[in-house]
Design a protein around this ligand. Sequence first.
Ligand SMILES: Cc1cc2nc3c(=O)[nH]c(=O)nc-3n(C[C@H](O)[C@H](O)[C@H](O)COP(=O)(O)O)c2cc1C
Length: 174
Amino acid sequence: MDFWQVVDNRYSVRSFDPAVEVPPQTVERLLQAGIRAPTAGNRQPWHFYVVRDLAVRRGLAAAAYGQEFIAQAPVAIVVCADAEQSAGRYGQRGRELYCLQDTAAATAQILLAAVASGLGGCWVGAFDEHEAARVLDLPPRYRPVAILPIGKPVGAPGMRASRQPLERVASFIG
Ligand SMILES: Cc1cc2nc3c(=O)[nH]c(=O)nc-3n(C[C@H](O)[C@H](O)[C@H](O)COP(=O)(O)O)c2cc1C
């Protein structure tokens, strides 16, 4: 699949085939794609938790207000921001902005890499951070910012989420 096919084929997958495993080498490829993302000052203010344990995935699904597909996917990657890593060089701007931009860039690359690997995933951002941190027993410096259930999509993509037309969201100067 070339880059544009990957971009065009990505959509939020919320139904997974529980029988199709995602091998460790594939997860490593996804993480490699994630850590290739640009970061402010190359601070790489992140940590990734790979969760296969069903009880923990159930805990994450509960923390995400019952988004059960997190437990259905064979693996979930939890992207955590390390705000102090960014703040070390950039102070408040690093703490409040860069670490979130950096982890968002990594998240997008992981999701695209999943598509390139014949898989799918969903960016889950609606969850109780404290509950997710408790379930994962996170060190206090890691803030969970995205839960990414990954697996083999089940069924057809269905109706794709629409986008606003480009002329409404882009301005061309000069
Ligand atoms: C920051 C962020 C948070 C999101 N949180 C959730 C979520 O909690 N649950 C969910 O099912 N989808 C979530 N999504 C996925 C969006 O709903 C989805 O990307 C959007 O509707 C466009 O659809 P598409 O990804 O299929 O193109 C989130 C996406 C982003 C970027």
